[in-house]
Design a protein. Structure first.
Ligand SMILES: NC(=O)c1ccc[n+]([C@@H]2O[C@H](COP(=O)([O-])OP(=O)(O)OC[C@H]3O[C@@H](n4cnc5c(N)ncnc54)[C@H](O)[C@@H]3O)[C@@H](O)[C@H]2O)c1
Ligand SMILES: NC(=O)c1ccc[n+]([C@@H]2O[C@H](COP(=O)([O-])OP(=O)(O)OC[C@H]3O[C@@H](n4cnc5c(N)ncnc54)[C@H](O)[C@@H]3O)[C@@H](O)[C@H]2O)c1
Lengths: 217, 217
DNA sequence: AACTTTTTGTGAATTTTGTAACAGTCGCGG
DNA sequence: CCGCGACTGTTACAAAATTCACAAAAAGTT
């Protein structure tokens, strides 16, 4: 029954880039912006921008453009980034440490509350001001604090086990930085950061470019 | 003129996941695999897997499946990951440090040779066994060592300037971990790691799921 | 040997995404 | 207050990706 397909994925993925640019424009004191300008800044076609912005429901005025404020508000509301959501992070290793210190998340309405790790040497310490707790504390705290989202950056082999623990603790959304494919129940959403996939695209594009060049010259 | 569109992007992005699973199957001593099994492991439909594998040119035999060895070889060759490529990293900060220590890159035929940073306190040190050099050394070394690829993880504001320096040094592919949209000439390929975009998808999917649930109950 | 099951490979249908075209609105400069 | 260029919003069209449908191959089963 559950036909939980989110539509217009590509558009949604581009929204944060618009948001970033819009905030930068606001800094510059700009109040109005056209899709032409946005497109130019983001190296896209203006029609793409127009179509993307359509899904937020924000409207502009012909001959003028959109109000910067409206767009920022509209995108944030569409993404649910206007209210900050608290999130837990599991795996305070190399990558986890970088994420814990990343200032940019506040732009996305994201607040990492605490980190969790299996390593007893790390438990009890603080990283970038965030406490590192033991895995046994996870379920209890998640429930008490009503945390629904979690970042997963443990080694790949541990990923599935940790994910199951998350699900059992009531987590509903897992942001997965590991290479593993998670098996989770229907009611949990998951999003994998596919670095390898991006690199694959880059590799193929470069090879293509070089080949083409050889042909051309 | 150059209509350098790489086709089947979604398929290419999935290939590394197959590769990972295939290597794991090889570990387990498996010699043959069907798209049915692969799909099950990666939570995809078997037809998706079949279509994706098609682009590598590897063929299987009906009723049996594909040889695991063949597929691994085929995918690696298609992606150009069979010969290791050397790459430079610029921005040895929080994220850069994590990347420098990441063992997984060798799976992708990627070898980070050296890091570069503007911070004089970092220059001259080593991170995870990789030397951190000053920015002034970049161009010269890139040419001498014939490096074509670079990882960009400096703060967003510095991204464009550093990218231009890379291009001037002959870099042909930039793996961009910053939020900035890079302006580079036609002959350079770029791939942005869009964390914010992934989070956007997760946010919307979760909101959707919750809304749907409310309706359903 | 005939039949069943599993699975590949391909061409075609369907859905989704990206592009183009254009009517209609707005503000501006005369 | 009229015409012009800039811009939106919508409808129509094209391309790409996904999904379906099925013939044919291999291996096992009766
Ligand atoms: N480092 C990178 O740059 C990078 C890049 C891409 C992907 N990744 C992925 O991110 C993940 C983490 O990478 P990393 O480099 O930070 O590894 P890491 O080894 O530095 O950190 C892993 C952390 O997880 C903890 N851990 C291990 N098992 C656990 C468990 N069962 N429960 C809770 N905590 C546990 C460890 O104590 C450690 O602190 C890996 O899956 C890796 O593939 C890392
Ligand atoms: N930390 C994260 O988890 C994270 C997550 C997503 C994206 N990012 C992005 O990655 C980038 C780096 O993030 P970070 O957290 O590592 O930042 P950071 O401040 O820890 O590191 C930036 C590094 O770049 C160096 N640098 C600054 N200007 C430079 C220049 N002009 N030339 C060469 N080096 C220069 C600095 O000395 C520093 O070492 C940022 O663009 C950030 O948005 C980071």
């Amino acid at each position: 029954m559950a036909k939980d397909k989110v539509q217009k994925l590509p558009s949604i993925k581009r929204l944060p880039a618009y948001l970033r640019e819009l905030k930068s424009l606001r800094e510059e004191g700009r109040q109005v912006v056209s899709t032409t300008l946005l497109a130019q800044r983001l190296r896209l076609e203006s029609i793409v921008v127009r179509k993307d912005l359509e899904i937020t429901g924000v409207t502009g005025s012909p001959g003028v453009g959109y109000k910067v404020e409206d767009l920022i508000g509209g995108i944030e509301e569409f993404l649910g980034w206007n209210n900050t959501s608290d999130i837990f992070l599991v795996g305070a290793g190399a990558l986890g440490t970088a994420l814990l210190g990343y200032k940019g998340f506040s732009e996305y309405g994201l607040n990492i509350v605490a980190a969790f790790d299996a390593d007893p040497n790390k438990v009890g310490t603080e990283i970038h001001g965030k406490p590192v707790l033991g895995m046994d504390a996870f379920a209890n705290l998640a429930e008490r604090m009503k945390i629904h989202m979690a970042i997963l950056c443990v080694p790949c082999d541990a990923a599935q086990a940790v994910a199951e623990l998350m699900v059992a603790a009531g987590i509903r959304a897992i942001w997965n930085f590991t290479g593993a494919t998670l098996n989770v129940p229907e009611h949990v959403v998951r999003q994998r950061v596919n670095l390898a996939g991006d690199l694959a695209v880059l590799s193929v594009a470069l090879a293509e470019k070089l080949k083409e060049e050889q042909r051309g010259s």
